[in-house]
Write a protein that binds this ligand. Sequence first.
Ligand SMILES: C[S@@+](CC[C@H](N)C(=O)[O-])C[C@H]1O[C@@H](n2cnc3c(N)ncnc32)[C@H](O)[C@@H]1O
Length: 303
Amino acid sequence: MEGHIPVLKKPILEAFRNVSGLLLDGTFGGGGHTEALLEQNSSLNVTGLDVDPEAQVRAESLKQQFPRRFEFYPLNFSELEQLHKTFDGVLLDLGVSSFQLDNADRGFSFIKEGPLDMRMNPNSGIPASHFLKTATSEELTKAIRDYGEEPHWKFVVKSILNARETETWETTTEFVAFLLENTPLMHSKKRGIHPATRVFQGIRIAVNDELNHLEKGLTAAFNALNKAGILAVISFHSLEDRIVKQHFYEWCGRSTNRLDEQPRQLKTISAELLARKPIVATDEEVRVNPRARSAKLRILRKL
Ligand SMILES: C[S@@+](CC[C@H](N)C(=O)[O-])C[C@H]1O[C@@H](n2cnc3c(N)ncnc32)[C@H](O)[C@@H]1O
């Protein structure tokens, strides 16, 4: 199994260069960002969180490397209030890691055969196979149209609802074969991505309730930031970035809507944007790590 290359590592190190004290890595994953941050600055300690039990196992070796400067909790970042701590920096690197994507047994891959699961925490919630059996028409539409942004969503939802009366999909490849045989996805105009990409993305977001956790987690992270603390968030698709942008603009007293006539001074400004536009990967980084292609990094400082 291959490892995970931390995305936008350079700008992340830059963002936290002058931060000392305690940093929260809310999406520990393989610990790539945490390790680099601990190495960069000896006056920084890190608390790592991840919902995935396999991330907890990986965190053990970092604990041995930095016994007094690193700790890990198996917690969703939306529940970070439970830590009763404040932080000088918070990093959220959203979505799934290459460890999860590349391990067929986790069910995220539409190429490798595995159980149709897709849960970041396999001990909680329902696997994707169960979601496909039990979701209402509205829930399937939300997943495939809204979260997956799949142009053929209507056809896909209808096909799933009709077929599931007689068929079940227990593995990733069974479900992909069904999609390719029974929906127009194969003729999807968007080249360069697998035809099942958007459907898988939508179901994954639904199964893990990712956007609700993000909404809740961003507010919790901002509340837990000390004055002058830095919040950096890397998102990987437009739905995530929209939520991040809305929250950042609200805290920084900026409008996301050009028609919003509310005068600036009436808004409570509690943070400043450290990058006016989201930071994206260089061509060089994308060449080495294609996953960085869609990454967008937004950074703010709490006032
Ligand atoms: C993109 S990876 C992070 C990679 C990490 N920055 C690194 O360098 O190795 C995202 C990780 O966050 C975890 N994750 C996603 N959403 C989460 C949430 N709401 N709470 C806690 N962990 C979450 C996933 O399980 C995954 O391991």
